[in-house]
Design a protein around this ligand. Structure first.
Ligand SMILES: Nc1nc2c(ncn2[C@@H]2O[C@H](COP(=O)(O)OP(=O)(O)OP(=O)(O)O)[C@@H](O)[C@H]2O)c(=O)[nH]1
Ligand SMILES: [Mg+2]
Length: 329
């Protein structure tokens, strides 16, 4: 009798892509001689063991992810790290139509004396949110088991972990499972496809991160991206600004027009902020700032500005900026 042939589809444990041995320029590639025993594709193996940054071609696009999630009857946790709360990230969160919780991840980065309940209240008002919001830190194991508590309360066994790239989705799942199977890294788009993980009675599904339309970093600026992703607690940097002071961030973002003001940067402490007095040839665009507002810089963080002013931002990076009421007020 003829034996039926079976094709075994094997997925990389690190990024979720289907392994293949045909094209080493495509995701999931494993050399032929290793394909049987390999748990990780070549790209993940290199990233995990040699920190070598290679190929991050997401396999499912943003709309597909949202579509799959919205057609399911699972639960959704949407992670946004504290420095990345913006109109864009929250608008994507709002596109999720199944039961969900907004998770402010990496709360170990948040200064110790902050009143989380107050911030939660402010976030609800500013972004017009009425769902549950929680804070957690996978690095410090703070509040992570709330994930299971919420699933139990909602009678759900299965949940997607969603969010923009680098929000900490894979790190959270590894912490919940107490291992490090899924690849975590500050390289954008580490996770390339859905990865289903069983933890006790639950199924937790990692997903490829969404990508911001505009970022402070350019493609492949891995060193800068690493600096932008704080590992430890972010110490707020406060400045008493005098008239014509110009702030230059990492030699690319020019900000001026604060007048006499009190401003505080909430960005990674590894990012260079210079005060300069000359800015010849820079073309600016203007934006109105109200008393006690946050100037949100997409992908980088935000600046709290105490007094009303007309802020000038160099034209090339103007699209990174949006303004909101202070989340601390
Ligand atoms: N300080 C701090 N850093 C964290 C935490 N969780 C994750 N990170 C860091 O954030 C970076 C991104 O983490 P990942 O878990 O790979 O993020 P992701 O959301 O899975 O990213 P993609 O797979 O690219 O969508 C890594 O450098 C992590 O070490 C946390 O709780 N605190
Ligand atoms: Mg990931």
């Amino acid at each position: 009798m003829k034996k039926e042939s079976t094709i075994i589809i094997k997925k990389c444990l690190g990024c979720g892509s289907v392994m293949q041995n045909e094209d080493n320029s495509k995701v999931g590639y494993v050399p032929y001689e290793h394909i049987e025993e390999a748990d990780y594709c070549q790209r993940c193996f290199k990233l995990k063991n040699y920190n070598e940054k290679v190929m991050n071609e997401v396999l499912v696009d943003e709309n597909e992810v949202i579509d799959i999630v919205n057609k399911s009857n699972k639960y959704a946790f949407f992670l946004v790290d504290f420095l990345n709360i913006s109109n864009e990230t929250i608008n994507t969160y709002k596109k999720i139509s199944i039961d969900k919780t907004l998770v402010i991840s990496k709360s170990d980065l948040i200064f110790r004396d902050i009143k989380l309940d107050k911030v939660k209240e402010n976030l609800k008002n500013i972004y017009n949110l009425d769902d549950n919001i929680i804070f957690l830190s996978s690095k410090k194991n703070y509040n992570i088991n709330t994930i299971f508590a919420i699933l139990k309360k909602n009678n759900k066994k299965s949940s997607y972990i969603l969010g923009y790239t680098n929000a900490g989705k894979s790190t959270l799942i590894n912490s919940l499972k107490n291992d490090n199977q899924i690849l975590e890294s500050s390289v954008p788009n580490t996770t390339l496809d859905f990865i289903n993980i069983k933890i006790n009675d639950f199924e937790i599904i990692d997903t490829p991160g969404f990508n911001l339309k505009n970022t402070f970093y350019k493609d492949k600026e891995y060193e800068l991206i690493k600096k932008m992703n704080p590992v430890y607690f972010v110490s707020p940097m406060n400045y008493q600004v005098k008239d014509n002071q110009i702030f230059l961030i990492e030699d690319r973002l020019f900000l001026k027009g604060f007048d006499n003001n009190n401003i505080t940067f909430y960005i990674s402490n590894l990012i260079r902020i210079k005060k300069i007095y000359k800015d010849e040839d820079i073309i600016y665009k203007e934006i109105d700032i109200d008393d006690n507002s946050d100037v949100v810089i997409s992908s980088l963080g935000f600046i709290n500005v105490k007094k009303k002013c007309k802020l000038l931002v160099n034209e090339e990076l103007f699209d990174l900026i949006n303004i909101r009421k202070s989340i601390f007020n």
